[in-house]
Design a protein around this ligand. Sequence first.
Ligand SMILES: [Zn+2]
Length: 195
Amino acid sequence: MEAFDAHRLLRETGALLSGHFLLSSGLHSPQYVQCARLLQFPTVAEQVGAALAQALRRIGAAPDVVVAPAIGGILIGHEVARELGTRCVFTEREQGAMALRRGFALAEGESAVVVEDVVTTGGSTRETLAVVAEFGARAAAVGAILDRSGGQADLGIPFAALMALTIPTYHPKDCPLCRAGDPLVKPGSRVFKSK
Ligand SMILES: [Zn+2]
């Protein structure tokens, strides 16, 4: 069997897009990653989840539960939990704040890992860690498919990512793609060519 290669899977499933993208921050970028395109294939999602679970084990995590922020974390969190043999619950926003809804709960002292698709600034991860702490559970580690923080996301606990990717961003006035006349697209607004 071939070695697990997250980067190759991202390319092959069209999750790593090349072009000229308008990000939600207003900046422009030549690449965009849409993990949902990777995870749309259950057999791929299962492999990625198993690899991430192994990466979490390697940093010493042996959790009782996986906690994943919706929507991006749900599929990968579920697959990590499958491999670890734990349950998976997800947080979602309730009047703007991350919360466990739907009757989900954590037991006091339970060991949890937080699983995301992508960590960029670590904002939603920290909010999810705060939910874990509110229940009196212990957060053992954070796992993500992709670390886009450039090593800058200081989460305060061990962090395992299957791949790190530093994607350049440009202010519109300094953007070489704008200068080259490439049409600007907003991710999700049309079908992209993938590379
Ligand atoms: Zn541009």
